[in-house]
Design a protein around this ligand. Structure first.
Ligand code: CP
Length: 330
């Protein structure tokens, strides 16, 4: 397989596709965060639109369910004045046996400019990027257990809105790390942006082997892991990807790994609580925490629109990118 960082960058190292956080530089990430910042006020305008992608056609291809990602991609594209096609996979010809590649080439024949894909198979977005015409950009909206890079970028932007910088942050990611594409992208992004410490917290059955090699400290006890952290990221149990019983029961899981008010008090007093959604109240997070003053869960959703506007504009060459946007850090 061709290394993703080669595939998603053009020869000038500008983003052409957006497939994974792994392989990107700090300059790429800071450029996305700066571009995101420039789009946050669009929603406050009386006409919530800018003409940056007028005349472009963007295709949403979601082979797995989604509420946040699919709808914020659609809103982001519309706010950039692009035309949007939402393909209903259940009524498309893939249900008659058409292959993904044939579907792709038919959509290409309709002069589309960007494919946004969510798929159960790790590497699906990468595969599409290898086969599309050179002018088309592919964005990964979550591929199997691999990566969910736009989620990680909206999470980094949310952290930036609440903390003065990344360098001194301790971040705990709690839950089903094994099946989480979100966690994988977040770990790469946090390390690229230079946080002090990333902690992952889970029972042994929900951690990938050799997870330490990703640049994290491993904890099996939530109380110890939450001591003095600045950011807590809770994850859902991803039953749809689990093979066999990995946990005794959901009740037992909440007892050991659920975020409660008592546990939140172990973190720094200004710690923020994040969750990519969908949340399962009473399974990984108490309702009082999800709705509490330290929760930024709905802000993550809002920032997802500006983040996706930034990434779509950059990959289609309409915003400053890695090489044209000087940054003090590499
Ligand atoms: N965070 C996230 O990917 O949510 P959806 O599955 O609703 O898109």
């Amino acid at each position: 397989m061709i290394a993703e960082h080669n595939l998603q960058l053009d020869p000038q190292k500008n983003l052409h596709h957006f497939l994974s956080i792994e392989g990107l530089s700090r300059k790429h990430l800071t450029s996305i965060l700066e571009a995101t910042h420039s789009f946050t006020n669009v929603a406050e305008q009386s006409v919530k639109k800018v003409p940056l992608l007028r005349g472009k056609t963007i295709v949403n291809l979601f082979f797995e369910p989604s509420t946040r990602t699919r709808n914020t991609f659609e809103l982001a594209a519309k706010r950039l004045s692009a035309d949007v096609l939402n393909i209903d996979i259940n009524t498309s010809a893939t249900s008659k046996g058409e292959s993904l590649l044939d579907m792709l080439h038919n959509l290409e024949a309709m002069h589309c400019d960007m494919f946004i894909i969510r798929h159960a198979y790790s590497g699906a977005a990468h595969f599409m990027a290898q086969h599309v015409a050179p002018h088309i950009s592919v964005i990964n909206a979550g591929d199997g257990c691999h990566e969910h890079p736009t989620q990680a970028m909206l999470d980094m932007f949310t952290i930036m809105q609440h903390k003065s910088g990344f360098a001194l942050l301790k971040v705990a990611i709690v839950g089903d790390i094994l099946h989480s594409r979100v966690a994988r992208s977040q770990i790469h992004a946090l390390n690229i942006l230079g946080v002090e410490e990333v902690r992952v917290v889970a029972p042994k059955t929900l951690l990938p082997t050799a997870v330490e090699t990703l640049g994290v400290h491993v904890y099996h006890h939530l109380d110890a892991a939450l001591q003095d952290v600045d950011v807590i990221i809770m994850l859902r149990l991803q039953h749809e990807r689990m093979q066999g019983a990995l946990l005794p029961s959901q009740g037992e899981y909440f007892k050991n790994y659920g975020l409660t008010e008592q546990r939140l008090a172990l973190a720094k007093s200004d710690a923020i609580v994040m969750h990519p959604g969908p949340i399962n109240r009473g399974v990984e997070i108490a309702s009082s925490i999800a709705d509490g003053t330290q929760s930024v869960i709905l802000q993550q959703v809002t920032y997802g629109i500006a983040t996706r506007m930034a990434i779509m504009s950059m990959t289609l060459g309409r915003m400053p990118n890695h090489s044209s946007h000087p940054s003090t850090t590499e």
